[in-house]
Design a protein around this ligand. Structure first.
Ligand code: NAD
Length: 380
């Protein structure tokens, strides 16, 4: 049973799908692990580190992929990469399937069994495999660090002989995993923090971190959480009320960090150009939803935009990847935990249970077809 760790081919991807720690455990499960030379460098892992953990380091991705039963990846492989995959290989990655039917077709055409880690159900058993949480947590932290680096004033209140510097005012929009970590980080840096969300459950979590909760708490708000714990898309009426409340609050803020997402849909637009213009020069917005369409009007993927009145909108891509070593450590452990469920510990062979709820929830393609109910071609 060979497991391949190819280099990520996307230039914007600094993370890697295995660490020496997880390689050791994969070898312990009975696998032979082959890592493409240089695959871990951007996460600070050398070929020698992988070799010391029990992997064989091979010159190219094609070498690692040859006859591999399992391929561990960060990003979905494209048609070029898939040429080197063995038919029926299992490939596990962040597949970004929504709106990418063609890419799913390519996975099916390559006859691989493709698993999307981001579709893992958020149940207790799968908590250790939750890539959305592991990566969002780091992104939330990094968003605050990025904001602090762009901001020309201090975060904490400083009382000095030369006078007092006021604490920065930080507003976090969307208090899920990323937002809660952003709140905690901004608080640790000494900012005065407020936060909003449409899910009532977020209120207590925000308060417990020492931030003030700001939201339109009407009847719709009370019903805004799905059974899976995610936000529902809100009505136009709610969005208007929310915008009015937020508009008044935002103009008094120094830093706004937005993290609002709705699974499978474009990110909700929460901050208009007028709201951005109402902020003082030197204020910073960080839009963590920029890859999914953005919460902030004027945010551009991969860019830091300075508006006419001197407000900066930060739209870094792959924010967790800006902490590549930490992100890889956690992501690799998420993958390892899932791989463990696919291997029979007694026979030390690959033995996926295709009826397991984790498998059913994450399997996109198998035997040449798209098999996931959410991505059937006719439902496009
Ligand atoms: P997410 O990334 O889907 O969205 C981020 C946040 O944006 C969410 O809190 C959402 O409510 C919020 N949001 C959406 N629309 C908004 C709007 N119009 N205005 C303001 N905020 C808006 O969410 P997430 O971080 O993945 O977390 C979703 C929930 O799942 C949370 O309750 C979290 O605690 C929970 N969770 C559970 C588990 C588990 O049980 N294993 C693991 C992780 C997260």
């Amino acid at each position: 049973m060979k497991i391949a760790i190819p280099s990520e081919v996307d230039a914007g991807e600094s993370r890697i799908s295995a660490t020496p720690d997880t390689v050791k455990k994969l070898v312990g499960l009975g696998a032979s692990v082959e890592v493409a030379s240089g695959a871990g460098l951007r996460s600070g892992i050398t070929d020698a580190d992988y070799e010391a953990a029990g992997a064989a380091v091979v010159p190219t991705n094609a070498d690692a992929l040859r006859e591999a039963a399992i391929v561990l990846k960060v990003r979905r492989p494209g048609p070029e990469e898939l040429r080197d995959y063995a038919p029926d290989a299992i490939v596990i990655a962040i597949m970004d399937p929504y709106g990418h039917q063609e890419a799913l077709g390519a996975l099916a055409a390559a006859r691989v069994s493709a698993f999307a880690m981001e579709l893992m159900p958020r149940i207790t058993r799968a908590q250790v495999m939750d890539v959305l949480s592991s990566q969002a947590n780091l992104a939330g932290y990094r968003a605050v660090i990025d904001a602090a680096a762009e901001f020309s004033r201090a975060f904490p209140m400083m009382m000095t002989a030369a006078g007092t510097v006021p604490a920065a005012k930080v507003f976090v929009m969307g208090a899920g995993v990323a937002g809660l970590q952003a709140i905690a980080t901004a608080r640790r840096l000494g900012a005065v923090v407020t936060a909003t969300d449409v899910r009532p459950a977020a209120k207590e979590q925000v308060s417990s971190l020492g931030a003030k909760f700001v939201a339109v708490e009407d009847e719709e708000f009370k019903q805004a959480e799905t059974a899976a714990g995610y936000a529902k898309p809100m009505s136009a009426e709610y969005q208007q009320k929310q915008a009015a409340l937020v508009a008044d609050h935002i103009r008094k803020q120094d830093i706004v960090i937005t993290t609002a997402l709705i699974p499978g849909r474009p990110a909700p637009r929460l901050v208009s150009a007028a709201m951005v213009e109402s902020m003082r020069p030197g204020s910073i917005l960080v839009d963590l939803a920029v890859e999914r369409g953005g919460n902030v009007e004027g945010a551009r993927p991969g860019e830091v935009v300075t508006t006419a009145n001197g407000v900066r909108i930060v739209g870094h891509l792959n924010v967790a990847g800006r902490l590549a070593a930490s992100a890889s450590t956690l992501y690799a452990r998420n993958l390892l935990a899932f791989v463990e469920t696919l291997i029979d510990a007694k026979t030390r062979t690959l033995a996926p249970n295709w009826d397991d709820e984790l498998v059913k929830a994450t399997l996109l393609t198998r035997h040449g077809a798209v098999v996931h109910p959410n991505f059937q071609p006719q439902m496009d």
